[in-house]
Ligand binder design. Structure first.
Ligand SMILES: Nc1ncnc2c1ncn2[C@@H]1O[C@H](COP(=O)(O)OP(=O)(O)OP(=O)(O)O)[C@@H](O)[C@H]1O
Length: 681
């Protein structure tokens, strides 16, 4: 196919709106703005005495000032890094009272006139300033008229650039990346060195470059605080000021030098540090032509069926991880026993090899449960025994609990292979061996040929499988998947679910999957744990939860018609919204007449007719078709009725065609009494 390569990602078409034409009302003032900024630069270029340029720039005064400028700006950068990095970290990561005030203080030098900054520095560190005498008597350090003073002045005005840039980057760093790294076994130092620092590097470099450039150009605070002493504090900008009076041509030449340096920094920033590299990586065609022809990555999805089967991850206490294939763990070694307190409060036990679907409405505590098991949230506490080993007081990276957050949290700066090898490397497996095992895992998950790609070059489905491979490769005892398929479209979801089921079947530990998808819950899990308001309202096999849902929410979530009501006489249910439901004579309605109950009717048990059906069904109501939705190969029909709450029927498309159903068709709905399940609330 010779069609255009689709990105498949939001924002791929960004720029289209701009190309359609810029309104003149914006264009004209914008162009005036550009001219306003450009003309002074043109002035410098036009008035430069080019033949004398080299001479002007190599006079002893200018070279001395240049040397001094480099020394001062270098030290100012170092000072800014020493103070600014921790400051940015605290501002971005640590809640403390008065944070807004501290942030304003950090930004103040940016908006303060530099001369005012200089005066303030004099009053603080000058000979008669607050700290000046002490600095002089204790360290013999005098700042005014000394190079150290010029450094202090430059650092004062330049440091905010570093703090702002770094704080923004830190705040934008998804916590899930560092938390996932910890869940893969990486200690805090390793997480910092391998995840935090590489991801912050562009912002750090950008901030450092801007800080250095600002320090290099500093004038007002320096001349006010440190004076204008040749060889000690007379930096290039001060030199320009002096030259302007005696030799304007030389001043123009030096200005040109400073201008070129500033432009070079900005051009370098734009090209290398502000996302250009990332954009480039995205635009690079992925290895192999298949990627262009198969942007969603479906081609590889069929493969796993025939692929090698998953050996159970070796999970043994004290076993040397990564020392080649190891025997499957004894089941009891990876049992889960947890006692949760706080927002989520219930006991949770599961034998090894169990997959539990965790379901519940928004805010039910599903994510909190996973975070508590990882030891990552103050909102809940989990006493956790894994395979008989108490991990409660262990930090996340030593729990052997791997987490796959909703977005996969693949490390964007690492290839799929390096991502997958991450947990093994964290546990000390040598690099070559870790990569070999990682490649095996990727192959098992059907994404072996994507090993060299960065996450930005993977489709949603591919990324999910790499994330899963990465978690499984770390050989956890407990695997936590937070909505692993939520980001995928229906087709991909079905395929990835299939792969997931196969691999979970071979996983030796306990697996918890948070999901909002009833199909996922029923098809992937051995048990469904229903949470509501932090409590476990039901924990039972899928069939049991489907047949006897213990809450209206779970009944609806699993696709049933669930009506609240009160137990009436003779096996009837008086529906809360009005209407009466007849149940089978044998249907025991706990705990007795008048008790609140939930009546559940499976959509497949609702039949639709154009004429009132005669005969056995005990529950027959007139209604109107309101909505037809395809669910797999079946159709779901929403029918509203004045007699009972809205009802969903599931029928074949052929039956719908026979009845000529469309929006607004008047129908009769019928439900046999034996098809009504009643659950006490
Ligand atoms: N960072 C937080 N700080 C304070 N409270 C929080 C925080 N995150 C969640 N909560 C609260 O904790 C409770 C449980 O939230 P949790 O995220 O575990 O729910 P959930 O079942 O995962 O919901 P969802 O389906 O919306 O993801 C909610 O009441 C929520 O408002």
């Amino acid at each position: 196919m010779g069609g255009p390569v689709r990105s498949g990602r939001p924002g791929a078409g960004a720029g289209g709106a701009v190309r359609r034409g810029v309104p003149a009302g914006l264009l004209v003032p914008a162009l005036v703005g550009v001219a306003f900024l450009l003309l002074p630069l043109v002035g410098v270029l036009a008035r430069t005495d080019w033949p004398s340029l080299l001479h002007h720039l190599t006079t002893p005064q200018v070279t001395q000032a240049l040397r001094l400028s480099l020394v001062v700006s270098g030290w100012a950068l170092l000072l800014s890094l020493l103070m600014g990095v921790p400051l940015a970290w605290l501002l971005a990561r640590v809640p403390f009272p008065g944070k807004a005030l501290v942030r304003s203080l950090v930004l103040l030098p940016m908006v303060l006139p530099p001369t005012v900054g200089g005066v303030a520095l004099l009053l603080a560190f000058g000979r008669r300033g607050v700290l000046g005498p002490w600095l002089e008597s204790t360290f013999g350090l005098t700042l005014p008229f000394h190079t150290a003073g010029a450094v202090v002045a430059a650092a004062f005005v330049a440091m905010p650039f570093l703090v702002i840039s770094l704080e923004g980057a830190l705040a934008g760093l998804r916590p899930s990346l560092e938390e996932t790294a910890a869940s893969l076994g990486a200690g805090p130092l390793r997480v910092f060195a391998t995840v935090t620092l590489p991801l912050l590097a562009p912002a750090l470099a950008a901030g450092a470059a801007l800080t250095w450039a600002r320090a290099l150009g500093e004038f007002g605070a320096t001349i006010t605080f440190a004076g204008n002493l040749p060889g000690a504090t007379q930096t290039l900008p001060l030199q320009v000021y002096l030259l302007l009076q005696d030799s304007p041509e030389a001043a123009t030449s030096v200005s040109l030098l400073l201008l070129v340096i500033a432009m070079a920094v900005l051009v370098a920033l734009r090209g290398r540090w502000t996302g250009g590299a990332v954009r480039e990586a995205r635009a690079t065609p992925p290895e192999g032509a298949a990627a262009a022809a198969d942007p969603a990555g479906f081609a590889d999805l069929g493969a796993p069926e025939e692929g090698p089967t998953l050996e159970k991850p070796p999970i043994r206490p004290g076993a040397e991880v990564g020392a080649g294939p190891a025997p499957a763990p004894a089941a009891e070694e990876s049992d889960l026993r947890a006692e949760l307190t706080g927002y989520t409060r219930f006991p949770l036990t599961a034998p090894a090899g169990t997959t539990i679907a965790v379901v519940g409405p928004n805010g039910a505590g599903k994510t909190t449960l996973l975070s508590a098991l990882l030891g990552l949230t103050p909102r809940a506490h989990a006493e956790v025994l894994l395979g008989g080993r108490d991990v409660t007081r262990l930090p996340t990276h030593r729990r052997e609990v791997a987490w796959v957050p909703q977005d996969g949290a693949l490390f964007p700066h690492l290839s799929a292979l390096a991502n997958t090898a991450y947990g093994l490397r964290a546990r000390g497996v040598p690099r070559a061996e870790a990569r070999r095992q990682a490649r095996e895992w990727l192959t098992r998950l059907g994404v072996g040929e994507l090993a060299g790609r960065r996450p930005a070059q993977l489709s949603g489905g591919q990324a999910q499988r790499v994330a899963l491979a990465r978690a499984l490769a770390a050989r956890p005892r407990l695997l936590l998947l937070d909505e692993p398929l939520a980001a995928l479209d229906q087709t991909t979801r079905a395929r990835v679910r299939h792969t997931l089921r196969r691999h979970l079947a071979g996983f030796g530990g306990v697996c918890l999957i948070v999901t909002h998808d009833p199909v996922e819950a029923v098809s992937l899990a051995d048990r469904v744990l229903v949470l509501e308001g932090g409590e476990a309202v039901q924990d039972a096999p899928p069939a049991e939860v489907t047949r006897h849902p213990r809450s209206p929410w779970v009944a609806r979530m699993l696709g049933g018609n669930a009506w609240e009501g009160a137990a009436g006489p003779d096996g009837t249910v008086e529906l809360a919204g009005g209407g009466l439901l007849t149940t089978a004579p044998g249907e025991a309605i706990p705990p007795g007449p008048g008790a609140p109950v939930l009546a559940v009717i499976a959509p497949e048990a609702v039949s639709l007719h154009l004429a009132r059906p005669e005969g056995s069904p005990r529950n027959v109501w007139a209604g109107t078709v309101r909505e037809l939705t395809a669910v797999g190969s079946r159709l779901r029909v929403l029918v509203t009725s004045p007699e009972v709450p809205a009802l969903v029927a599931e029928i074949t498309p052929a039956a719908a065609a026979d009845l000529g159903l469309t929006d607004g068709t008047r129908v009769w709905t019928a439900v046999k009494a034996t098809e009504v399940t009643v659950v006490g609330l």
